[in-house]
Design a binder for this molecule. Sequence first.
Ligand code: KG4
Ligand code: ZN
Length: 365
Amino acid sequence: MEKTLTILGLESSCDDTAAAILRFNSREAPEILASVVHGQTDLHAAFGGVVPEIAARAHAEKLDICVEEALQTSGCDLRDLDAVAVTAGPGLIGGVLSGVMCAKGLSAGLGIPLIGVNHLAGHALTPRLTDSTPFPYLMLLVSGGHCQFLIARGGQEFSRLGGTIDDAPGEAFDKTARLLGLPQPGGPSVQATARDGDSKRFRFPRPLLDRPGCDMSFSGLKTALLRTRDAVISESGGLREQDRADLCAGFQEAVVEVLAEKTRRALEIYLQESPSEPVLAVAGGVAANSAIRAELESICAIQGITFLAPPLALCTDNAAMIAYAGYERLKMGQKDDMTLVARPRWPLDRTAPALLGSGKKGAKA
Ligand code: KG4
Ligand code: ZN
């Protein structure tokens, strides 16, 4: 019979508790047997952001439930597991700690290897899980907590070309929705509202485009939106539907333009390495935005580069990507022991200068 490897992944670094079971056969094609995600949006809705203590409690309560559900869905027994991979950072420390403790218990109880995974590596390696994408490829990770360009060179080898120095774009979308009285999460509602808007009516800034490099900034855009909204209100006594649509369209266009220009610059650096099969991959919730996707797709089409956007469920936080990243480490003969620590900050590329940003969704790296 064909030898297989079954890995349990656990994720609890932000506001999603997740467990997944992946099976690898000898030809290395991974199969997702189960991927369970329990979100916490409702628990944090009243507070305008993720509350770390509430998140940590919910993770501690839900991890076991997620593991049980994943086992049930996959038809696996605990004894079928060959290894447990867990997000060991970066993220909200209470949540990361819950996951690490749960994984240590399983590893010790079952006598199977424990593998600590960098959450960002999970996102960055997703194109290999979904499409067996060969290294090196360029990754734009763009979510409510992260925004960075990485060249993925190996299972543990990433070069960061640049990233946000303050907020992530998802935060800016969420804040925009809040300021305009639109529902959360803000990304999808701003996108929908922008559809009927005139993007040229209000001019929003394009932060850091005047500076070389791939770093980005989105907090000024939020402030600009607040000021413009207040100016409209004081002029006409309130916000009409058309005002909302025009504000959303102008804001979204600014985000698209910044991401597009910075992507062109990141591609230029990446292409200098002459990859034989050049690929730009995206991950993170903001990658769901159709205007952003369309722009990135067209940039890639012009330059003859493959554009890869994994299915949304694997772009947003999940444990399948953690199990996969754990597999890449295990393949290299790496694993951890009971000294594995939970890390609030954990840059993927230690040689890149530190990014200053630390947004509502926790510490960045
Ligand atoms: O990756 P994700 O699920 O969670 C983390 O941030 O870790 O991303 C969630 C973010 C939210 O800020 C949400 O507003 C944003 O992704 N988002 C979008 C869209 N769909 C989700 N932003 C822009 N356009 C969208 N269609
Ligand atoms: Zn994430």
